[in-house]
Design a binder for this molecule. Structure first.
Ligand code: PMP
Length: 415
């Protein structure tokens, strides 16, 4: 994942991999699709589509509720998906894996449940300047409700966290630290292990927003010793509407339920409810069953290719595209951290990101434009928006060449 020493990886089976993704063969505006927006959502390989399809065709039933065969079989399959996630993150127990709607939902779960139990007037919560709105708003709202204070770790011009400032922010009043593992705009890989260790010296729990890291690297929650870790299935080649909250059992056990209802209980009377054990306490209602199965299939697919190979290949694309973009007149890359993933955001003086994105779209090239759900980060760099290209292991250097030519054409048209 780190790009400081990129090793050429010529053996990567790119042609075979591209065949795994049906959407990559479609045309957009009469041109072969070039999709550089995987940080927003990644495409789905056939194995994931097949897993979802098979559920509705042959396995459809509700989990955890029936004695009949279909229900029992699908419960086993759904719990297998949970075990795949557990192994992938190296969590100690499957019960520490909570299925949610995605990263946003996972963070809201912690802010709401942990917040209700542990955050009071005058307490402090630390986030960073490069957070996605999904890791700002739940904490901001919690602070408003509880009279707590939000503290923000600043970043350097290169887009790296200023760790000395972080150390100064940690105090006896800090109740939780919530930071992103990798920035969705700058691509910066944050030193999360150091962030966690520093917080733990003061017994402060840490939540890591892993939305952008799980697609690119292997994550070991026990090694990191994080207290919470969140990610979304759709960014790791799985379905939309499903994601994961990992939480240490010791914390999840003492946190109140986030939402309540069917599936969360042991017994109910009109006077009193006894909630179920983990993970069901946090999984109210019928879940996104096919989503869970699709997530399991996506993780199996990634592991078959190998995250190490994926990250080496993506690092090559990052290096290649960075060099090419730096040669395009007027382009200014925002986010030049030493350690980053294959996400590049840039601005071009006097040109509006939307205009750039619209013309590129006419050429079949999908890039992201705007504030990327990080308005405070845009304010930090004094811009209203940026253009972002984000690469996946299904992208190629040829596509980058076409993009660079398209960008040069776009600039000459707009200037
Ligand atoms: N955090 C980060 C760093 C992200 O990139 C995103 C998605 N762009 C989110 C949180 C929110 O993810 P989701 O919309 O899947 O809940």
């Amino acid at each position: 994942m780190s790009n400081s020493k990129t090793i050429p990886n010529t053996n990567f089976p790119i042609e075979k991999i591209r065949e795994d993704f049906p959407i990559l063969s479609r045309k957009v505006n009469g041109k072969a699709l070039i999709y550089f927006d995987s940080a927003s959502t990644a495409h789905k390989p056939q194995v994931v589509i097949d897993a979802i399809d098979a559920f509705y065709k042959y396995q459809n039933s509700n989990i955890h509720r029936g004695v009949h065969t279909l229900s029992q079989q699908i419960t086993i399959e759904y719990e297998k998906a949970r075990s795949i996630v557990q192994e992938h993150l190296n969590a100690k127990h499957a019960r520490e894996i909570i299925f949610t709607k995605g990263t946003t939902d996972s963070i809201n779960l912690v802010a709401s449940s942990f917040g209700r139990k542990f955050i009071f007037e005058g307490d402090e919560i630390i986030i960073s300047c490069m957070e996605h709105h999904s890791n700002i708003l739940p904490w901001q709202q919690l602070c408003k409700e509880r009279g707590a204070v939000l503290k923000v770790i600043p970043i350097s011009d290169e887009g790296e966290l200023v760790m000395d400032e972080y150390k100064k922010l940690l105090s006896d009043k800090t109740r939780i630290v919530a930071v992103t593992h990798i920035s969705n705009v700058l691509g910066t890989i944050n030193p999360v292990k150091e962030i966690i260790d520093l917080a733990h010296e003061k017994n402060i729990p840490v939540l890591i927003d892993g939305a952008q890291s799980v697609p690119h690297s292997s994550v070991d929650v026990q090694e990191l010793d994080c207290d919470f870790y969140c990610f979304s299935a759709h960014k790791i080649y799985g379905p939309t509407g499903v994601g994961v909250l990992y939480g240490k059992e010791s914390l999840l056990k003492i946190m109140p339920p986030y939402q309540t209802g069917g599936g969360t209980i042991e017994t109910v009377t009109f006077e009193k409810t006894v909630f179920a054990d983990l993970p069901l306490k946090f999984e109210a209602g019928t879940p996104h069953i096919s989503g869970g199965l699709g997530l399991g299939a996506a993780l199996n697919y990634l592991n078959e290719i190998g995250l190490k190979e994926i990250s080496l290949y993506e690092d090559e694309l990052l290096k290649y595209a960075t060099e090419a973009l730096n040669k395009v007149q007027g382009v200014k890359i925002i986010g030049t951290a030493l350690h980053k993933v294959a996400v590049i955001s840039f601005v071009i003086e006097r040109l509006h990101p939307f205009d750039i994105g619209t013309i590129l779209d006419q050429l079949g090239i999908a890039v992201r434009t705007g504030h990327h759900c990080t308005q405070p980060l845009m304010q930090r760099f004094g811009v209203a928006g940026m253009v972002r290209v984000s690469f996946s292991f299904y992208n190629t250097k040829d596509e980058i060449n076409i993009f660079i030519k398209g960008l040069e054409k776009t600039i000459s048209m707009l200037k």
